[in-house]
Design a protein around this ligand. Structure first.
Ligand code: SF4
Length: 187
């Protein structure tokens, strides 16, 4: 199906559920009396629910790792959780690069947690990774080796923006800034 047809099918099937999640549940999480880590866990659950609704009309599938070669913004809190899992201290990131600079610096470079074409931290992968998707006819437009292109998606900016809101004033940065490639084993 074309992106337009996929979008229409998703809205016909799940438009109400998506609207309620994005406009009621996400703001409720932002306003909740909870710390940033708890809120991130709640946002993760909402992200996964939203993606279940979109999945039948998306070419995203296990074994495809195009989006793991794209610039990926994560919060300091997410970096710290990953760091604990992999026994690495995330680097300090002082300021989020503007999107253009981030794409120029990181597009095409594999995420440090991509192993054998799969995410090695799948259960705790950042929200940016959870909500990244395509509703194109195939995964081809995501292939960064053929150039950076806009990929048709359902608008999930409310979730993407909520990450910085619930973790403010902690830093945001590309996942590769927190975990730059190691120059020596164990370095
Ligand atoms: S954290 Fe996992 S899903 Fe996210 S970009 Fe890295 S390998 Fe891909």
């Amino acid at each position: 199906m074309t992106p337009k047809e996929n979008h229409a099918a998703i809205m016909a099937r799940s438009g109400t559920a998506l609207t309620i999640t994005l406009f009621r549940y996400v703001p409720a999480v932002i306003a909740a009396r909870a710390g940033p880590r708890q809120k991130l866990i709640m946002l993760r659950d909402l992200s996964d629910q939203v993606m279940k609704e979109i999945a039948p009309n998306s070419p995203c599938q296990k074994g495809c790792s195009h989006c793991c070669h794209m610039a990926t913004t994560i919060s300091r809190h997410e970096a710290e959780e990953i760091g604990k899992r992999v026994n690495r201290t995330p680097k300090k990131v002082t300021a989020l690069l503007n999107r253009e600079a981030q794409i120029k610096r990181f597009s095409g470079k594999p995420c440090p947690f991509l192993k054998d074409n799969a995410c090695s931290i799948y259960d705790i992968r950042p929200i940016a990774c959870r909500i990244h998707h395509s509703i194109e006819e195939s995964a081809d437009p995501c292939d960064i080796s053929k150039g950076v292109r806009d990929v048709a998606q359902v608008d999930l900016m409310k979730i993407a923006d909520s990450v910085s809101m619930v973790t403010f004033p902690a830093s945001l940065g590309d996942i590769r800034e927190y975990f730059p490639p190691r120059l020596t084993p164990g370095g």
